[in-house]
Design a protein around this ligand. Structure first.
Ligand code: NAI
Ligand code: MG
Length: 332
């Protein structure tokens, strides 16, 4: 069941979560997130599932068909990050999960002491439709935009914007004719819902994100644009390691930090766990456990305010020191 914010008001109580730690720093940051969840006293049953590079090395497949059955038997997924296998024929497990589970909305909040905005990215079509023709001298990728998906992503964005200031519809319809459909559908939904909105070309949005990010509130955009401007936004708030995301459908959801497996720092104990911890908070919110979500968010804020930071933020704390500090604030 959905409430107006796209959260799953399944009521309190026992939840089963598929936990995919993944590769590189994935296991480190998910361990932190699970420790924080544990400290909240939330009633969660963890169903561990191996998916990713290590499985691909062993079996030639990053995910097995039966893994999908395991996933579907649980309430949602908490995901670390996967190292992309070096095989040109490998097709992304994450893209498959997003499509297979119809996780059409990717919600990415960007928060620091000065900024607070959300990018809502369409997650199943656009240039990531997977419809491609590859040949030696010419290759094509089909950009699919549908009214149905534009409408439902706009609905999610409007739900978020209603309790905030305004919606920015980010597009490139001056060049990409397929974006006329996206833009006009988002505009219609915003008008119908009475949400104040503006329209902005994606290149202008990228520029504005860098020079005056505080002007933004909720941005809604197509798949590739959302992917790229999210990483710009992550840089602006201070580090990829701070940022969380929720991949949401009508019945299922996947929560993950927006960073990858960061092999350059894996195993050093210095990865920033906050993106994963905030993803866990988003998960609790989706379960309807708002109080727990807010407590986690507050503990993260307080710990950051005290300067407890990993090196990506200019600090010298370890992953476990940051995690412990957050847990101490939770218990205080
Ligand atoms: P990345 O996001 O893993 O790392 C980019 C840079 O940010 C690196 O310098 C890394 O050290 C730093 N960084 C990322 N997360 C951090 C954290 N929590 N704390 C501190 N520093 C952090 O992107 P990259 O290096 O391009 O990709 C590495 C692998 O991850 C690739 O195989 C890529 O395909 C995969 N990837 C997987 C994703 C997923 O599973 N959702 C998303 C993005 C990339
Ligand atoms: Mg990305």
């Amino acid at each position: 069941m959905e409430d107006s914010r796209g959260s799953k008001k399944a009521g309190g109580g026992h939840k089963r979560i598929t936990v995919i730690i993944g590769d590189g720093i994935g296991p480190e940051v998910i361990e932190s997130a699970l420790a924080v969840l544990d400290a909240t006293g939330a009633d969660l049953e963890i169903v561990p599932l191996e998916i990713g590079y290590k499985k691909w090395m062993r079996t030639g497949l990053a995910m097995l068909e039966e893994d999908l059955d395991t996933i579907k038997s649980t309430d949602c997924i908490l995901f670390g990050a996967i190292t992309t296998p070096p095989d040109p024929n490998y097709s992304s497990v994450l893209l498959r999960l997003r499509k297979e589970l119809d996780l059409y909305a990717n919600i990415r909040p960007f928060i620091n002491e000065k900024l607070d905005f959300i990018i809502v990215r369409e997650n199943t079509e656009g240039l990531y439709s997977g419809v491609e023709e590859l040949a030696k001298d010419e290759s094509r990728t089909v950009r699919i935009i549908t009214r149905r998906n534009s409408k439902r992503i706009a609905e999610i964005a409007c739900n978020l914007a209603l309790s905030r200031r305004r919606l920015t519809i980010v597009h490139k319809s001056n060049v990409l004719k397929s974006d006329h459909l996206f833009l006009s559908t988002c505009r219609e939904v915003a008008k119908m819902r009475g949400v104040p909105h503006e329209e902005m070309l994606v290149d202008t949005a990228a520029y504005n994100l860098v020079v005056r990010p505080e002007r933004f509130d909720v941005l809604v955009t197509t798949n590739l644009f959302g992917d790229i401007i999210s990483d710009v936004a992550a840089g602006i708030v201070g580090s990829l390691g701070l940022c969380a995301s929720a991949n949401i459908g009508d019945r299922f959801a996947l929560f993950e930090p927006i960073h990858g497996s960061a092999p350059d720092i894996a195993g050093l104990g210095i990865s920033n766990p906050i993106g994963a911890i905030r993803s866990a908070a988003m998960m609790m919110k989706w379960f309807g456990e708002n109080e727990i979500a807010i407590r986690i968010e507050e503990a993260v804020k307080q710990s950051l305010n005290r300067g407890i930071m990993t090196p990506d933020l200019g600090g010298n704390c370890s992953t476990s020191e940051v995690t412990k500090a957050i847990i101490n604030h939770l218990r205080a």
